[in-house]
Design a protein around this ligand. Sequence first.
Ligand SMILES: Cc1cc2nc3c(=O)[nH]c(=O)nc-3n(C[C@H](O)[C@H](O)[C@H](O)COP(=O)(O)O)c2cc1C
Length: 155
Amino acid sequence: MRGKVIVVYESKYGNTKRAAKAIIEGINEVASIETSLKELKEVNLKDVADYDAILIGSPNHLGGPTRGIKGFIDELGKLQLKGKMFAVFDTYLGKDFEKAVKKMEERINEKIPGMKQIASGLSIKVRGMKGPIVDGELPKCREFGKKIATQLKSG
Ligand SMILES: Cc1cc2nc3c(=O)[nH]c(=O)nc-3n(C[C@H](O)[C@H](O)[C@H](O)COP(=O)(O)O)c2cc1C
């Protein structure tokens, strides 16, 4: 079993943070996996390499991840993360389903070669700029967490 997961997110209004927490709840339902939840500004970059799986969450800002998350992915590219696993999630409004997750996945594949995707990106809808998360979306976060934990257990 490969056991440590870090979830790094940005969240202007708290919705992406709520999604991140629900993902961790899902992980903990499946297995006693060590998890760490960090807002981007409190992450110590070099500690990230201690984890087996890195989950990255961003609100959709102007059709993609935040500038901070893009920069974080670029910084991760300077670490030795070959063989580590990743998955991404976003929150969005309106019609931008999966737009930010696709961009994060592309950027990770480009900037951090050798990382393995553990689950396809999760895109969570919010009702307005400040939220709240649309009904029925949080259970998807828990399912996403469960899927990741199951993969880690078998890996
Ligand atoms: C500067 C800014 C730009 C945004 N642009 C988009 C956008 O292009 N597409 C979209 O679906 N949502 C957009 N949104 C809405 C955000 O996705 C929404 O505020 C976010 O999901 C809420 O997450 P948070 O509470 O974690 O900040 C934008 C929000 C902000 C603040």
